[in-house]
Design a protein around this ligand. Structure first.
Ligand code: NAD
Ligand code: TYD
Length: 364
């Protein structure tokens, strides 16, 4: 049985990843999810998983910066794979509070690297065969593009926000461990994700939730910034494929040639919500483009991101399976069918879920 240590598994992409690997590999794997449950961590994202896979799935509430805890996990479990999602992930928050981004994204990554290195090292300095660390990162480390061009794995790093600077630093630390110690790792740099369980601070879920509440839809600047959108299930499948088929020590960009301006995204969300809402739903008539409200631009706002996914396609055989029309319909439909999930976030109830589920049990 192979054991995965997944960090940040109670967040958006991590929870989709855990669901994906448990469904794919079933009883041949065990998953330990280490998550601090910040505002972005939500155990309701994994309620189905903890019920259906109770034998194989273990949740540990804790901080990746906690050296004792992290090393203790490597001592307690025979960990084969680390898949590292845990991060502070929102650019706007990083502009207001850069420090927590450096602590979690940089120092937290260093703590994990050190614990894995120590646990996986042989006495001659080599690493136990089969052990692998996958560092999940972002295309934002490459900076901003003009009207043309793409990010390749060879594009020089040029981060602009405190978020992307902290992710770039963590990538550099992983690279340095590979180069210095031969530490067995891969890095993936992915474009903007969307899909079920995304916290409603990011563009697409925020627009869905605001529209349903009849609130304004804030579009930064002229609304013409471009992001390259990828359905989250395509991302998590890519991460799995890089571990299975990728070359160790390599970086792979993940993205699906799906560039959209922000204003296009907002208009599409309005259109799809109107298509999917029942005519008897009183919210429907208020959801029009009149809700769109142009607001002050984000500081240092990157203009355009676009990934060249040639390497992962050629070496790993990965390509996106969900086109945007399909993905956005599935996403809006998920938010409409899971209004309780959204309401628990809006009223704060999701944060008491841990105590209800685990409060009376032994904590590590
Ligand atoms: P998220 O904010 O939804 O989830 C982050 C998770 O990490 C939360 O569950 C949170 O509780 C946990 N966490 C935060 N600090 C922690 C700490 N110190 N110790 C343990 N757990 C901690 O983020 P996401 O959107 O799922 O992103 C996951 C990863 O993917 C991040 O590393 C992010 O940089 C990267 N990424 C995200 C996107 C995207 O579009 N969302 C795109 C490319 C890469
Ligand atoms: P976001 O979802 O925060 O992702 P990132 O900044 O990591 O790309 O934002 C996506 C784009 O949408 C980005 O160009 C900023 C813009 N945006 C808005 O126009 N309004 C909003 O309320 C938010 C949250 C983002």
């Amino acid at each position: 049985m192979r054991t995965y240590l997944v960090t940040g598994g109670a967040g958006f992409i991590g929870s989709n990843y855990i669901r994906y690997i448990l469904k794919k590999y079933g009883s041949s794997i065990a998953v330990i999810n280490l998550d601090k449950l910040t505002y972005a961590g939500n155990l309701e994202n994994l309620q189905d998983v903890s019920e259906s896979f109770s034998e194989q799935y273990t949740f540990v509430k804790g901080d990746i910066c906690d050296r004792e805890l992290v090393s203790g996990l490597f001592r307690k479990y025979e960990i084969d794979r680390v898949v590292h999602f845990a991060a502070e992930s929102h650019v706007d928050r990083s502009i207001r509070d850069p420090e927590s981004f450096v602590v979690t994204n940089v120092l937290g990554t260093l703590t994990l690297l050190n614990a894995a290195k120590e646990a996986w090292s042989e006495s001659d300095g080599s690493f136990q065969p089969g052990k692998k660390f996958l560092h999940v990162s972002t295309d934002e480390v490459y900076g901003s593009l003009g009207e043309t061009g793409y990010f390749y794995e060879t594009t020089p790093y040029d981060p602009h926000s405190p978020y992307s600077a902290s992710k770039a630093s963590s990538d550099m630390l992983v690279k340095s461990y590979m180069d210095t110690y031969g530490f067995p790792a891969n890095i993936t740099n992915c474009s903007n994700n969307y899909g079920p369980y995304q916290f409603p601070e990011k563009l697409i879920p925020l627009m869905i939730c605001n529209a349903l509440a009849g609130r304004e839809l804030p579009v930064y600047g002229d609304g013409l910034n471009v992001r390259d959108w990828l359905y989250v299930e395509d991302h998590v499948r890519g991460i799995d494929m890089v571990q299975e088929k990728g070359r160790l020590f390599e970086t792979y960009n993940i993205g699906g040639h799906n560039e959209k301006t922000n204003i296009d995204i907002v208009r599409t969300v309005i259109k799809v919500l109107r298509e999917q809402l029942d005519d008897r739903d009183s919210r429907k008539e208020r959801i029009t483009e009149d809700l769109i409200c142009y607001v002050e631009d984000r500081k240092g706002h990157d203009r355009r991101y676009a990934i060249a996914p040639d390497k992962i396609r050629k070496e790993v055989g990965w390509y996106p399976e969900t086109d945007f029309e399909d993905g956005i319909r599935k996403t809006v439909s998920w938010y409409l069918q899971n209004e309780q999930w959204k309401d628990h976030i809006l009223n704060g109830a999701y944060q008491s879920y841990y105590d209800e589920m685990y409060g009376r049990r032994e904590r590590m």
